[in-house]
Design a protein around this ligand. Structure first.
Ligand code: SF4
Length: 319
């Protein structure tokens, strides 16, 4: 089979929520409506609410057909990646095109900020699962934690989420990211509880800062602190657990380029690299050392854990 260079597709990566998730990146690197203090991709370089045709369905299908032919274990095809996917004005067509060639469920991870637009809600209607986030329900906390584009109002975003929940036929799993001292105080948590009860998501997942954040001051909550919030919020809420799944078969022809492809979009730990590529950790270490020597990847330490990421000079946009 002729090798296809993957510009938009990465993984499958082991995801704590989605099993083996094949990522599809449909916006250029750090093109987003927000600039969250906890973002694992660093500061937003292009903060915008203007949607554009960044990648076409044809480009995605070309790469996706090649990856699917390799018959790896994939639980979800996930539109996410380097920015906010709903900024791609082709997202509806891309979802339809993907569903036209595979039965694997399609998930969209979005920050939900554009769901107040009817056109954006309609574009997502063919997805199987949408995972929007909502970290704050008051403008002050929203401004502090998510540092939104100046045109975005949290009240309008909440209304958009409510409308989407009424219209969408698939599942909605709402994610709330907690940052210490930012949105974890009782007052905001109680308000979040009230608003979320009006959105009716199928699942509500609580998360906290685990990977190295954009701002080193963005601190995660301890498991106990997160569980205390879970108790306040009620039984529908669950703390996202660590990923555990069968090992992926080793079927990457070029393991080094597969590793680079994994670390291109986000920082990732050694066990995740090993599990995602179906190789022993010792084998992964061998390749990682080579890539470090070549100054293609580097290690950063966060909360006592090593994360591998691409050197900045090798980082590229998704198109
Ligand atoms: S975490 Fe997501 S929504 Fe927030 S800045 Fe990063 S890419 Fe954008």
């Amino acid at each position: 089979m002729r090798e296809v260079k993957l510009n938009y597709i990465f993984g499958p990566v082991p995801s704590r929520r989605l099993g083996f998730s094949l990522g599809v990146d449909i916006v250029p690197f750090k093109t987003c409506t927000l600039d969250c203090v906890y973002c694992q991709l660093g500061r937003t370089t292009r903060k915008t609410v203007k949607r554009g045709e960044f990648v076409t369905p044809k480009d995605i299908l070309h790469e996706l057909s090649y990856v699917l032919d390799q018959r790896q274990s994939i639980d979800h095809i996930t539109l996410s990646g380097s920015g906010e996917p709903t900024l791609n004005s082709n997202i509806g067509e891309i979802i339809k095109a993907v569903k036209g060639i595979t039965n694997t469920p399609v998930a969209v991870i979005t920050n939900g900020t554009l769901l107040y637009q009817k056109g954006v809600r309609n574009a997502l209607c063919n997805a199987d699962l949408v995972i929007p986030s909502l970290d704050a329900v008051t403008q002050e906390v929203f401004d502090r934690i998510n540092r939104p584009h100046s045109s975005l109002e949290v009240g309008r975003i909440i209304d958009g989420l409510k409308s989407f929940s009424r219209e969408f036929g698939g599942e909605i799993w709402l994610e709330i990211m907690f940052v210490k001292g930012q949105n974890d105080h009782l007052d905001e948590v109680e308000k979040i509880k009230t608003i979320v009860s009006e959105i009716y998501p199928k699942k509500i997942q609580l998360n906290t800062v685990i990977r190295p954040p954009a701002e080193s001051s963005a601190e995660g909550l301890s498991v106990e602190e997160l569980q205390a919030i879970e108790t306040i919020l009620g039984e529908k809420y669950s703390v996202i657990g660590q990923f555990q799944k069968k090992e992926q078969d080793a079927n990457e022809t070029d393991i080094k380029s597969a590793i680079v492809n994994l670390v291109r979009r986000r920082s990732i730990t050694l066990p995740d690299i090993s599990s995602s590529l179906g190789i022993h950790v010792n084998e992964a270490i061998k390749y990682l050392k080579d890539l470090q020597k070549q100054r293609i990847i580097r290690i950063i330490v966060h909360d006592g854990q090593d994360y591998y990421m691409q050197m900045d000079e090798f980082r590229e946009g998704s198109h």
